[in-house]
Design a protein around this ligand. Structure first.
Ligand SMILES: [Zn+2]
Length: 392
């Protein structure tokens, strides 16, 4: 028991030091001791262990002002790699992600929307294997696979509860991919991993409470508090698409009336447009608005109003310091961004909250989910508490 405790503390300290250098490098040994409260001897021992295992390197740097040289520690970004996988309705993106959150190699696989989950997972497993071989990647450095997809995900169980977009229900993704590849697997909702990526390497760096809102095929949000994903009881925190904003409103696919997504989601906007004129996409709808068609302006203007209302409601619920807007509606149409920057804060956000947070857009764009999924797998590997639980 005693030995077990000591082993735990030793590993926990090691992981704390590694995480600190990973997130705040360059750091000196003295800074690490000060930030962690560990003794200089402990820090030196841990650093030399990590150094021997190639997890970090030292760089001699002139410290500003004093002109003295100090030895600073950096993580070796290629020492730990993970595989990030994004599964979408029509395609799959796979990337090898390093400790700096960079996609160092990537590949894409098309997906037939009618194929079974098992067939998709088999194709993902082969594509990962091919990528590792083609790029001559050292398998021992690959610590796991992270998967991000749309839908309700049982994070602890590694399975999809329901994904309407993929047509998957009760699918054990982690178990199946682990069996096929031999790697550890973590699975989460796409907006949650995207938020994690933006928080760690994108437009919300340095934020302590950020919310990402996705306006795409559905509407959803994800909250990151002090670097951790806020999941709620069943990993469904942030599912705002089905919050009712008008009890006398439009019928939603979920069977309720007046859900937020009926005013913002792409399919819903296209469906409303089709009551007037055959329209196939958001692009055509925005073009009709530009051409001065009144009905198109009314649908788009209402959607923009609801985007602004959503930002305000989210700010009231979570009181974040940063709100990240993502998804086709806000990324592909400058009209929407203009509306947000002109009106959102001044006209829609509740007065006491105005100026208490910044509104930003994705910095990682199409790589966001792959990077976030890769981080998820790395975090699982670095989670000492979880490893000790498994060892018991
Ligand atoms: Zn609904």
């Amino acid at each position: 028991m005693q030995k077990h405790d000591q082993d735990y503390i030793r590993r926990k300290n090691r992981s704390t030091v590694f995480e600190l250098i990973r997130k705040h490098s360059p750091l000196s040994r003295a800074e690490i001791a000060r930030l962690t409260g560990m003794s200089p001897t402990t820090v030196s021992r841990i650093v030399s262990e990590l150094y021997q295992q190639d997890f970090m390197h030292e760089i001699e740097q002139t410290t500003t002002g004093v002109g003295r040289k100090a030895v600073m520690l950096h993580v070796n970004p290629g020492s730990v790699l993970s595989v990030g996988v994004e599964i979408d309705r029509s395609g799959i993106r796979i990337g090898i992600v390093d400790l700096d959150g960079k996609v160092v190699h990537s590949t894409q696989v098309t997906r037939d929307s009618r194929e079974t989950p098992e067939a998709t997972l088999e194709r993902i497993a082969s594509a990962i294997e091919e990528l590792i071989q083609a790029e001559d990647i050292d398998r021992r450095k690959v610590v796991g696979i992270g998967v991000g997809l749309p839908g309700i995900v049982d994070y602890a169980g590694g399975s999809v509860v329901l994904s309407a977009q993929l047509g998957w229900k009760q699918t054990d993704i982690a178990g199946e991919l682990r069996r096929l590849t031999g790697f550890e697997v973590a699975v989460d909702n796409e907006l949650k991993v995207r938020a994690l990526a933006e928080h760690q390497y994108g437009s919300a760096r340095g934020s302590s409470r950020s919310v990402l809102i996705g306006f795409g095929s559905g509407v959803g949000s994800s909250l990151i508090i002090d670097g951790e994903i806020y999941r709620g009881e069943t990993n469904s925190a942030g599912e705002i698409g089905h919050t009712v904003v008008d009890p006398g409103g439009l019928l939603c696919e979920c069977g309720k009336v007046g859900c937020l997504q009926t005013y913002i989601a792409e399919a819903s906007l296209v469906e409303q447009a089709n009551k007037i004129k055959p329209i196939g996409s958001l692009e055509e709808l925005f073009q009709a608005r530009k051409d001065g068609e009144y009905w198109a302006a009314s649908i788009v203007d209402r959607a923009m109003t609801f985007v602004a209302v959503t930002v305000s409601n989210i700010a009231c619920v979570y009181n974040p310091d940063t709100v990240i807007l993502t998804g086709k509606l806000v990324e592909s149409f400058p009209e929407v961004r203009d509306f947000i920057s002109d009106k959102c804060m001044d006209q829609f956000v509740w007065e006491p909250l105005r100026g208490t947070f910044q509104i930003v857009y994705s910095a990682l764009e199409s790589d966001g989910v792959v990077i976030g999924s890769g981080i998820l797998a790395q975090n699982l590997f670095l989670d000492i508490d979880r490893q000790m639980e498994q060892a018991d």
